[in-house]
Design a binder for this molecule. Structure first.
Ligand code: WTA
Length: 579
């Protein structure tokens, strides 16, 4: 708990654009969610719809013809859509889904790369009161099956290339009535032949709007469900933390397969009327700088791994691009090192503003406000209407400068409404009236929060959340493997990489004594996970071992694998079966 952090002082009079929020402490003290309900538009019957607020409400203002989406694909293909375009196309998409029998409350999942139909269908699903789910485009058969089965999805929206991945499991998904292929020859016509009028569903604020599967330590991924009222958190954080102004060009580099892409690439950003850029192609530093320059991006929300990759490509490259429009830059998803902030200040003349939150919290929770000083390495302070605390295992507040669980008082609008059909899992998040985040940290005397690490075995690799259990299960499917233990291993570039400790069947254990064979088998195992689970969730390192450390009840002790890997003390082993 180092108190010597470097402070980046703010003087808001010197900022190019005055922040939407110019004072934190008093605003925080006097804030109540009830007083800001009217940041959203409610139907006269007191009901609400996220999609109306994100898109259609702008049709009554000059924003109607404002660009909502600049889209750029992998091969420099470009498209643009106004808010009126998105409203019309999502109406047509909604009508199409209705014509296929989709009704309020049905789950409709989107499994697409970042193409315009992803955004259009997401809004369309919400408009008709169905529950929208997203699936990251790197998912393979097993990951898809688990999520579609658990959610009982009725329709899957995908493309030709990705659809292949569910062919083998489709017949095991009796609830899945239809797979919609958006690049089928006639699909555009099918959508365009739909009526552009749609009677939007009026939803109760607690009605489910969207869901996302996310990973924990044990078991299959869980379906985190958010309500329509969640938009209030997303709207307000986009307004005050992303600091969206009318004239901004905003670029969020996340994928809507993850929560950041939903909350701040569709919902909160559009609800503030932001013109946004979506680039669906591969990462390269040159391409990213070109996007920033070409679209004259002003607000940029990205992730520490990306910042580190940009850092690795050097300072000179930055000078080749005109990035003079950038005025506010932020990051999320993993710890942002002070070094990255210092580098940002050097090459962009701007400080990255770290934000901390989770799939379950639905919106930013601990944040660096544009009007507050930044302590380099800190996640900042609680957002308005958020009571944050460091608590012990029993949920007792610990006060400043003590390590514990990062916890929040329940009740903010975007707190998850449920875990899909797993009430006990949902309940397990709450202890003594606190929502326990699963992260450990501490706060300093000034109320800044600092990250220490996860309290469970969840892995963050390149900012993407991976559960060790899913990876272990995928490995065990391979004929050579008896069992596997998977951990996150610290990595300078990616934050963590996935490392697997694998126990082989005896005949294979014999064979890997041959170094060359061992290497081949490692590659094969990594490929196996890539092909069956997900392209991003494979182990970059594999080690063959004789035996996994386990508790007496047979649970793999990943903590011990990790301690050994890092050369740290192994700690309490009294519950170990044998070791
Ligand atoms: C981690 C992503 C350090 C954390 C929006 C959390 C962070 C998990 C930060 C949630 C940050 C997120 N500093 N760690 N600023 N932001 N995390 O659900 O461990 O994909 O619990 O949501 O990411 O990941 P998720």
């Amino acid at each position: 708990m180092d108190n010597s952090a470097q402070v980046y002082k703010k003087n808001i009079d010197l900022l190019k654009v005055k922040p939407n929020l110019t004072e934190y402490e008093n605003t925080y003290k006097n804030f109540s969610w009830d007083n800001v309900r009217n940041e959203l538009e409610w139907f006269p019957d007191g009901k609400i719809n996220i999609a109306y607020n994100a898109v259609d409400r702008h049709l009554n203002s000059p924003r109607k013809d404002k660009i909502a989406l600049y889209w750029e694909g992998d091969n420099a293909e470009k498209k643009q859509y106004t808010f009126a375009d998105i409203a019309r196309l999502s109406n047509q998409f909604g009508n199409f889904l209705k014509s296929r029998g989709v009704a309020r409350g049905d789950r409709v999942f989107i499994f697409l790369p970042r193409i315009p139909y992803l955004y259009i269908s997401f809004i369309g699903i919400l408009k008709i009161g169905a529950i929208a789910g997203t699936l990251f485009s790197a998912f393979q058969e097993q990951a898809l099956f688990d999520r579609l089965e658990n959610s009982g999805a009725k329709v899957l929206i995908t493309d030709k290339e990705l659809a292949v991945r569910i062919q083998n499991v489709r017949e095991k998904l009796p609830n899945l009535k239809e797979v919609v292929i958006v690049d089928d020859e006639n699909f555009d016509n099918t959508i365009q032949s739909q009526s552009t009028d749609l009677a939007m569903e009026h939803m109760d604020q607690n009605d489910y709007a969207f869901m996302l599967y996310t990973s924990g330590t044990t078991g299959k991924p869980k379906g985190v469900v958010h309500r329509h009222y969640a938009l209030l958190s997303e709207h307000l954080t986009a307004k005050y933390i992303l600091d969206i102004h009318e004239e901004d060009i905003y670029w969020c580099t996340a994928d809507p397969g993850w929560v950041t892409g939903i909350a701040y690439e569709i919902l909160g950003s559009w609800s503030n009327g932001a013109t946004e850029v979506v680039y669906s192609g591969r990462f390269s530093s040159e391409k990213w700088y070109q996007i920033l320059a070409d679209y004259k991006v002003t607000v940029w929300y990205t992730a520490p791994t990306a910042v580190r990759m940009l850092m690795a490509s050097g300072d000179e490259l930055v000078k080749k691009y005109d990035l003079s429009h950038l005025r506010h830059i932020l990051s999320v998803g993993e710890p942002l090192n002070p070094e990255a902030i210092r580098w940002g200040l050097k090459v962009y003349g701007l400080a990255f503003h770290d934000t901390w939150w989770q799939t379950e919290t639905g919106a930013m929770m601990l944040v660096n406000f544009p009007c507050n000083d930044i302590k380099l390495g800190s996640m900042g302070k609680p957002f308005l209407g958020i009571t944050a605390e460091i608590v012990d295992d029993s949920g007792n507040g610990l006060g400043a400068k003590t390590e514990g669980h990062i916890a929040f008082k329940p009740g903010w609008p975007s707190m998850m409404q449920t875990i899909w059909q797993r009430q006990e899992k949902y309940d397990s998040y709450f202890v003594n009236g606190w929502y326990i985040s699963g992260d450990r940290g501490w706060k300093d005397e000034d109320g800044y929060f600092w990250f220490i690490g996860r309290s469970d075995d969840v892995i963050k690799t390149s900012g993407e959340r991976v559960g060790p259990f899913e990876v272990e299960s995928a490995l065990v499917e391979h004929p050579a493997v008896i069992e596997a233990g998977v951990i996150g291993k610290p990595d300078e570039l990616r934050g963590e990489i996935i490392k697997a400790f694998v126990v082989l069947r005896p005949e294979f254990a014999q064979k890997v004594k041959d170094q060359a064979y061992a290497e081949t088998l490692k590659q094969e195992l990594a490929q196996h996970v890539k092909k069956h689970l997900a392209g991003h969730a494979y182990p970059r390192e594999i080690e063959f071992i004789d035996k996994l450390p386990k508790t007496r009840s047979g649970k793999i002790m990943r903590r011990i694998l990790k301690a050994k890997e890092l050369g740290q003390p192994i700690g309490d082993t009294s519950t170990l079966e044998e070791y």
